[in-house]
Ligand binder design. Structure first.
Ligand SMILES: NC(=O)c1ccc[n+]([C@@H]2O[C@H](COP(=O)([O-])OP(=O)(O)OC[C@H]3O[C@@H](n4cnc5c(N)ncnc54)[C@H](O)[C@@H]3O)[C@@H](O)[C@H]2O)c1
Length: 430
């Protein structure tokens, strides 16, 4: 099949590569010539493991075709996918301006019977709005349909997730669109969930909201563990063995971040409110997540007192490991707080340091993790990059002013840290 993908971010570019690997011809719309040329050389402007190589391979095979000729690409495609951003507005609702702008642009360019697919995460009813925008500008002889195919990839494992999806959700009322989308995904594994457009849109938000709920739940249990002297790792392990609960997403820490969970939980809460429904559980999930960062900060204050003029080492800036994405990162929030309090922050992240420095120009970053310990009054572990476990902790301790570690991701062995002489604090572990 021939398709056009609009939006070359985490979702659009990785999806384009995987559809191209399946043998489809994929036009990837780029707005700037410079970015187009960079992509043709395999240069990707964000970090995702294996992506540059996969871009180069599929371009060389001729199946991935980055282009600035949107009109040519769209008119040659039977499927057009919208993969643009849907960032949060001030009030937490989703800003759909990028999606609507794409709908307006592509409407006059569509060939007859094109299926327009929305892969961006959008509120229930957006499919209808996109269809209405396109219908208004569609050439008189053409027909088209708008379907919803929400995306479930995780940054850091995006290619593997797209190549081996656990489910492919197809939301459409059109028989033609349904068979086109079943055909497009035919070689991929995973269950097919064929449903109406509104249900498909809601599946995406409900999935993210449920995962966020698990995280906030275990974080509340962790806080309780701190009070009663229990160990949240053992509690979570014991809970997770029950197959009705499952062990995934029962890892406590400083809460969720990233470009999806915070915005999608807020947006789902707004969707409910717009329909006069107060989603109380979700409101609590959001509040608990915000409180979790403050709780960690309280722990730091309680131990260090004033942080003014103290040097704080920070390990990890991205919102999770294996990505350079710092959107809604708990680490960035905590670094800002430390700066506001007059601390000097020295940070290390294997991938996110450039994006973090753009966000916080006064941030001092180190080329190697070991350097954040030098002259530090405390070191904070804020992203669970696995290599942090293998640092020469005992040697690093020598350079610290006081050997205090706050592990916001519960990734280090508490007993071992104490045996090495660290004053070690984590979340919900005695
Ligand atoms: N990042 C994830 O892990 C993830 C996972 C599942 C779903 N989603 C959802 O997918 C959508 C996209 O997310 P993302 O992380 O890929 O966003 P992103 O910000 O990384 O990428 C969006 C891209 O769209 C481009 N764009 C915007 N308008 C355009 C236009 N008119 N023409 C061409 N390009 C245009 C932007 O320049 C940007 O490169 C969002 O709705 C998000 O919630 C994201």
């Amino acid at each position: 099949m021939t398709l056009t993908i609009i939006g070359a971010g985490y979702v659009g570019l990785t999806s384009a590569v995987v559809y191209a690997e399946l043998g489809h011809t994929v036009y990837l719309a780029r707005r700037s010539i410079e970015k187009l040329e960079a992509l043709k050389r395999g240069e990707v402007d964000f970090y995702e493991p294996g992506l540059s190589e996969a871009v180069r391979d599929t371009i060389n095979r001729g199946t991935l075709r980055p282009t600035t000729d949107l009109a040519g690409a769209v008119s040659d495609s039977s499927v057009v996918m919208i993969c643009v951003g849907t960032p949060p507005r001030e009030d937490g609702s989703a800003d759909l301006s990028q999606v609507f702008a794409v709908a307006e642009t592509i409407a006059p360019l569509l060939a007859d019977h094109t299926v327009v697919v929305n892969k961006s995460t959008v509120p229930v009813g957006t499919g209808e709005k996109v269809e209405a925008i396109i219908q208004k500008r569609l050439s008189k002889q053409s027909t088209m349909s708008v379907a919803s195919c929400p995306e479930f990839l995780r940054e850091g494992t995006a290619l593997a997730d797209l190549r081996n999806p656990d489910r492919i959700v197809i939301g459409t009322e059109s028989i033609r669109a349904r068979s086109a989308l079943l055909e497009l995904h035919r070689p991929l594994p995973g269950k097919r969930v064929v449903t109406d457009r509104r249900s498909a849109e809601l599946i995406k938000y409900s999935s993210n909201a449920f995962l966020a709920t698990k995280i906030s739940f275990i974080n509340e249990i962790a806080n309780l563990c701190d009070e009663v002297g229990a160990n949240v790792d053992d509690v979570a392990y014991g809970m997770g063995l029950d197959p009705r609960i499952g062990s995934a997403f029962l890892h406590s820490g400083i809460g969720y971040g990233g470009s999806c969970f915070p915005k999608d939980t807020q947006a789902l809460h707004s969707i409910a409110l717009e329909h006069d429904y107060e989603f109380k559980l979700l409101k609590a999930v959001i509040e608990v997540n915000q409180a979790q960062r403050r709780q960690f900060i309280r722990k730091i204050k309680k131990t260090l007192g004033e942080v003014r003029d103290k040097t704080i080492g920070v390990l990890g800036l991205s919102f999770k490991p294996f990505t350079d994405d710092i959107r809604q990162s708990a680490s960035i929030d905590i670094v800002r707080w430390l700066h506001d309090q007059g601390a000097r922050v020295v940070a290390y992240d294997p991938q996110a340091e450039h994006k973090a420095m753009q966000e916080i120009p006064r941030l001092q970053v180190c080329p190697v993790a070991e350097e954040v310990f030098t002259g530090a009054h405390a070191v904070l572990v804020l992203t669970e990059w696995p290599q942090f476990r293998c640092l020469p902790w005992a040697a690093c301790k020598q350079g610290m002013i006081s050997p205090i570690v706050f592990d916001g991701r519960n990734m280090l062995d508490a007993q071992h840290m104490r045996e090495m002489g660290f004053q070690y604090y984590s979340v919900g572990r005695p």
